[in-house]
Design a protein around this ligand. Structure first.
Ligand SMILES: *Cc1c(COP(=O)(O)O)cnc(C)c1O
Ligand code: SF4
Length: 451
């Protein structure tokens, strides 16, 4: 299939768009001015069910929705769209984007390692065993998810972009840190790069075998958004060859696939891509945030995990989504999230229960919502660090008072005095210096919802 990208500039060329009302199209343009979108012919033709608009999950995932902006802002922007004043629209949208950037200066440096006193801006080393690498050329995606926080990387707010440096520096860093076993290559979507570029990043690592490195992980949504990357794209065979070379060099290759909804796994092309990746010896692990409007459905999660196991993939994480809009467009409460996760868990066997969740990525680490317990007639959340910057915290269980309105750990209060210490540093993880969609509160920080 020949790739055709659609963005806010040309999306009216999508044949199905003409079936939408002019009001819907105007609002889409208005919201898109703030939250840029990008999709392609595969997503439009094979994943979206156009008889189920606007409820269709992939439609919600792909196209900006009026509920993503407060009504007064939406109306102002829609007026600018109607008047045809594109300059005015751009200025207004830019102001809103800037207002939505709540990041206090200096946060970008958090987790960024140094090398000979130089910050390595394309690296992040938060957990002892794992280094994240953001290849400069991999900081865009085949399509943008409406809920993604990383969009600022893609729209040219350059000072916010974490550009990768030479692989050489990465290798030196790994040599100096033999405790690092896992390298996670992420973006954006590194699989958006042509194979020649991917090879430029990975081949030197295979040759040098730096430090204690054992596993290379690649975070990607290409299986969902463009499975042809692994099947019929002209450089797909070379990519699979490179995957084989990773195994041949003695490394594990783990493809961290981002499946948000089961429909992304139901096309012939996705199945073919999965088979090809598996044939290289790579293991595919699956993760996604849980989001209202898109995948807040326990039965769907259960079916999706079963399908992952059926295909030989490993369910890995369900992330709690950050509060992504003033109207909480995608946000579920912790209570709802926990109930959906539990209901889904009850429907699958142990092979699918490898999934860990619901998990919140915070500054201190990944916090799992383990359960809702009743102690002496009072309800509490049981929480646990499954990953932590301070390794002493890993696998620690602690308690919070039950709060059915809470959407994040910062909304929770320690249950007992002894739990107090676990509630410091629980702000959402700052992975990037990104504008936050909520724009609600200058304390809100960008978090990890994605690949
Ligand atoms: C989740 C995560 C990792 C990987 O952690 P695992 O528990 O090994 O999957 C590494 N770095 C950051 C910043 C993360 O959020
Ligand atoms: S969630 Fe992943 S695929 Fe989607 S826009 Fe963000 S980085 Fe790209």
């Amino acid at each position: 299939m020949k790739y055709k990208a659609y963005t806010s500039r040309n999306f009216e060329e999508i044949p199905q768009i003409s079936t939408l009302s002019s009001k819907t199209i105007e609002e889409m343009k208005a919201v898109a001015a703030v939250f840029p979108f990008k999709t392609n012919n595969y997503v439009v033709e094979q994943l979206i069910n156009w008889n189920n608009i606007p409820a269709d999950p992939v439609y919600q995932l792909t196209f900006p929705q009026p509920g993503m902006l407060p009504k007064n802002i939406l109306d102002k922007l829609t007026d600018a769209v109607r008047s045809g004043d594109s300059e005015q629209l751009a200025v207004q949208a830019r102001n809103i984007q800037m207002e939505m950037n709540p990041q206090p200066a200096g946060q970008l440096e958090l987790n960024v390692p140094e090398y000979y006193n130089q910050p390595l801006s394309g690296l992040q080393h938060k957990y002892r065993e794992t280094v994240l690498f953001f290849p400069e050329h991999g900081q865009t995606c085949h399509a943008y998810c409406t809920y993604c926080f990383r969009w600022a990387q893609f729209i040219g707010i350059d000072e916010l972009k974490m550009a990768g440096r030479e692989t050489e520096i990465l290798i030196d860093y790994l040599e100096d840190h033999p405790e690092v076993t896992d390298l996670l290559i992420t973006g954006g979507d590194p699989m958006f790069m042509r194979t020649k570029l991917v090879r430029r990043y990975i081949e030197p690592i295979l040759r040098k075998k730096p430090g204690g490195l054992q596993t290379i992980r690649i975070g990607t949504k290409a299986l969902s958004y463009w499975p042809y990357r692994f099947t019929t794209d002209s450089d797909a065979p070379e990519l699979l060859d490179l995957f084989r070379e990773v195994a041949a060099a003695g490394f594990n290759l783990s493809v961290m696939a981002h499946f948000t909804h089961i429909v992304e796994m139901e096309t012939e092309e996705a199945a073919a891509a999965i088979e090809l990746i598996k044939s290289t010896g790579a293991v595919i692990r699956c993760q996604s945030p849980i989001l209202k409007q898109i995948n807040d459905d326990a039965d769907m999660w259960a079916e999706m995990w079963k399908k992952q196991v059926h295909f030989g993939l490993i369910p890995y994480y369900m992330f709690v989504a950050r509060d992504t809009g003033p109207k909480s467009y995608f946000t579920l409460t912790l209570d709802e999230t926990y109930r959906i996760f539990s209901k889904a868990m009850r429907q699958v066997t142990g092979l699918a229960r490898t999934v860990r969740g619901p998990s919140m990525s915070t500054k201190a680490g990944k916090v799992l919502l383990v359960g809702i317990s009743e102690i002496n007639g009072e309800q509490f959340y049981a929480l646990k660090f499954i990953q932590a910057r301070d390794t002493e915290l890993v696998n620690k269980v602690f308690y919070a008072k039950y709060n059915p309105d809470a959407v994040w750990i910062t909304d929770l209060k320690p249950a007992f005095d002894s739990d107090r210490r676990f509630f410091t540093g629980q702000k959402p993880e700052v992975e990037f210096l990104l504008p936050c969609r909520s724009g609600r509160d200058s304390e809100v920080e960008a978090g990890k919802n994605c690949c």
